[in-house]
Design a protein around this ligand. Structure first.
Ligand code: G1P
Length: 287
């Protein structure tokens, strides 16, 4: 529901919040496409129509840009609609992440598949996009794999937390024996938090079927994965990527600033602005 972003999310889903000039969801979709995914199913819900409109053609807007002599912008609004086959299913009642994933079952039709949470942007330090790294681990191990990152211990109750043993072949990979959703810090099995990217074998669906409501009275994907780990191998890759949880206001602001500092067309001006503000703060003046 994006409640932490009200009133901005009153009529717009949080996945459509912009980072400079692109909505968060577009970064997520581009990560999937750049990782080799060609078929994308978006689980949406009421009030998320803006997502479908964004990923569609917009003849009126394109006509306007042509008339206004701004042809160079046409590709920007057209491109994402052409780069993948995109399908949609609406989740009628919000019963949790596990339930949302189960809605994709018929579309998946028994194949392995990836899950990308639409409110998480991943910036890796390697030239392989985040999801590609997980797909590579899946291909090598032929087993489900989830991305994790280390969080401060007091944050563990915000995330799915995993515990396991280091793998002998792949660096930063763990074979999992235990997963728990949003644990009390006193009982958390580690500080490794699930980071919004997963690759599953289709056996996860039967595990979701057997999963009862958990934390928040929702069907939790983490609980289903904990069951999956008792039946077949499940791995976690601590991929040393930067992860922005856009559902969190501070993380969103950090993400916006980081992208503004990365982009050539905004970098200098933002850097100058930040330096000026730092000077003001150092001199005890209001920004
Ligand atoms: C979901 C998952 C959680 C994971 C988190 C990552 O939680 O249930 O395991 O760590 O996404 O962002 P949510 O953010 O929906 O509460």
């Amino acid at each position: 529901m994006g409640t932490r972003f009200l009133p901005a999310t009153k009529s717009m889903p949080k996945e459509m919040l912009p980072i400079i000039d692109k909505p968060v969801l577009q970064y997520v979709i581009e990560e999937a496409i750049d990782s080799g995914i060609e078929d994308i199913l978006i689980i949406t819900g009421r009030g998320k129509r803006a997502i479908e409109n964004h990923l569609d053609y917009s003849p009126e807007l394109e006509g306007f840009l042509r008339q206004a002599g701004k042809e160079h912008l046409i590709e920007k609004v057209h491109d994402i609609a052409d780069r993948a086959r995109i399908f949609y299913i609406r989740q009628k009642v919000q019963r949790g992440l596990g339930d949302a994933i189960r809605i994709g079952r018929r579309h998946i039709a028994g194949e392995p598949f990836a899950v990308l949470l639409g409110d998480t942007i991943i910036q890796t330090r390697s030239d392989r996009p985040g999801l590609r790294q997980l797909l590579d681990a899946y291909e090598e191990k032929q087993a489900s794999v989830v991305a994790v990152h280390k969080v401060p211990h007091e944050w563990v109750s915000r995330y799915g937390i995993v515990a396991g043993q280091p793998d002998n072949d792949i660096e930063n990979l763990y074979k999992l024996d235990h997963l728990v959703e949003k644990p009390d810090p006193a009982h958390a099995p580690s500080d490794l938090a699930i980071a919004g990217r997963y690759v599953f074998s289709s056996a996860i669906f039967e595990c979701i079927d057997k999963t009862k409501e958990g934390v928040g009275n929702e069907i939790q994907l983490t609980d289903a994965m904990n069951l999956l780990a008792t039946q077949e191998s499940v791995y976690a890759l601590d991929w040393k990527a930067k992860r922005y949880d856009i559902g969190n206001r501070v993380e969103y602001a950090k993400c916006f600033i980081d992208y503004a500092l990365k982009r050539a067309d905004t970098r200098e001006a933002i850097l100058e602005h930040l330096k000026k503000n730092m000077d003001l703060i150092a001199n005890d003046n209001q920004v």
